[in-house]
Structure formats: structure tokens, C-alpha cells
Design a protein around this ligand. Structure first.
Ligand SMILES: N[C@@H](CCC(=O)N[C@@H](CS)C(=O)NCC(=O)O)C(=O)O
Length: 208
């Protein structure tokens, strides 16, 4: 293993599947460090030294640690541009790409989690997203355009949004909407996603 090796700290059936999918899309060799959450390995000192929050995913590349799924996907897309998973700097879609990647973590997940836990978001000025209905409406308007999140080309935005809409729908965290269902169907047939899912299932089966 060299400094150039990409290492993913992964726990099966968690948010880190999106990073696994991203690595499969890029197609580079990577090293998997699998954490067994049933044995609380993600809370052990060895992993807290990597990510003090005890959360997965975490990525290590060139001696640097990157945590937070969105930061990891943005990093990988830029670091491996041949995979063409991000609009380049200077492309008019670069801004919308950064907007929707950031919106995922800064507004969408907090909105979905507050709603699922029946938590009052608090006053508009305090809330990072305002109102769930407004965020949901913005998302529907975006995916209705299609075919992909940013239009004609599949990007890292589809990796995160496609994957998250999938698990959020599975856990019934979202109102059903035909535009979301149609978008999920459009981004579901990626060979890289199938490989990531198969790998993840195999790892999950080994966790006891
Ligand atoms: N904001 C983080 C969230 C990561 C996260 O919550 N991961 C969950 C798995 S889905 C986790 O590590 N949970 C274990 C724990 O909190 O103990 C990201 O997007 O990477």
C-alpha cells in the first residue's frame, strides 16, 4: 500500500455505500477497511483516531483523511477527472453541481431527519433549510428535468442523491412522488452500483 492508495473505511449497509459506489464508478483499485458496527469497531480508539466522530465513511489518500460523504465524493471526482463525474471548473454546470452536492448535506438530510423524528425545525431563520415542503418541492423540480440530476450527464450528484433517495424511500422517510420514483429508476442500472451493492452484501453477510 502506498500514499497513492485510496483507503475507504466502510461499514456495510450504511451511508458509506455511496463512497463504495463512487469508487466503483471511478474504477481505480482501492483498499477497503471494513468496520463491524455490530462490534462497535467504529467507536473503538483505532477508528476514532481516523474520524473522531466515529462515523463512516472516511477516506485516506496521500496521507490525508477526508470524512463526510459529500466532501469525499467532491474530492474523488476532482482527483480522478478521467471518470468525468463532475463538471470541471469553468463549466456552467460547476455552480449547480456544487449547489446540489452541498444542499444534500446542509439542507436535505437535516430536513428529512427532522421530519422523520417529528422534530420541530424551529424558526425559519434558525433552520438550515426552512421548511421540508420547500426543500422537497425544489428536489422534485430538479429531478423532473432529468434524465440525470444535472441534466444530460451522470455525475457524483447522482451517486449521492440516487443512493440516498433509495434508502430514504426504503425506510419510508419520504412522501411518494412519481418524479422521484422515475429518477431513481433511471439511475439504478449502473454496473458500478451493482458491483458496489454486491460487494456490500457480501461484506454484510460476514458481519456477525
Ligand atoms: N454526515 C456524515 C454522516 C455519516 C453517518 O451518519 N454515518 C452513519 C452510518 S449511515 C454512522 O457512521 N453511524 C454510526 C454511528 O453514528 O455510531 C456523512 O455524510 O458522511
Amino acid at each position: 500500500m502506498t500514499q497513492e492508495t485510496v483507503t475507504l473505511y466502510h461499514a456495510p449497509q450504511t451511508r458509506s455505500v455511496a463512497t463504495l459506489h463512487m469508487l466503483e464508478e471511478i474504477g481505480l483499485p482501492y483498499d477497503l477497511h471494513v468496520l463491524n458496527t455490530k462490534k462497535a469497531e467504529h467507536h473503538a480508539a483505532a477508528y476514532l483516531a481516523v474520524n473522531p466522530l466515529g462515523k463512516v465513511p472516511a477516506l485516506v489518500h496521500k496521507g490525508a483523511v477526508i470524512t463526510e460523504s459529500i466532501a469525499i465524493l467532491l474530492y474523488l471526482a476532482d482527483e480522478f477527472p478521467n471518470a468525468k463525474l463532475a463538471p470541471a471548473i469553468g463549466d456552467p454546470l460547476r455552480g449547480p453541481y456544487l449547489r446540489w452536492m452541498t444542499m444534500y448535506a446542509a439542507a436535505w438530510e437535516p430536513a428529512v431527519v427532522d421530519r422523520a423524528l417529528k422534530r420541530e425545525p424551529g424558526g425559519r431563520a434558525m433552520s438550515p433549510y426552512g421548511e421540508f415542503d420547500a426543500v422537497f418541492k425544489a428536489l422534485v423540480a430538479q429531478v423532473e428535468k432529468g434524465p440525470y440530476f444535472l441534466g444530460a450527464t451522470y455525475t457524483a450528484a447522482d451517486v449521492i442523491w440516487g443512493g440516498a433517495l433509495n434508502w430514504m424511500t426504503m425506510f419510508k422517510l419520504l412522501p411518494e412522488h412519481p418524479a422521484i420514483a422515475a429518477y431513481m429508476a433511471r439511475v439504478d442500472d449502473r454496473p458500478a452500483l451493482a458491483r458496489a451493492r454486491a460487494k456490500d452484501q457480501e461484506l454484510a453477510a460476514r458481519m456477525v
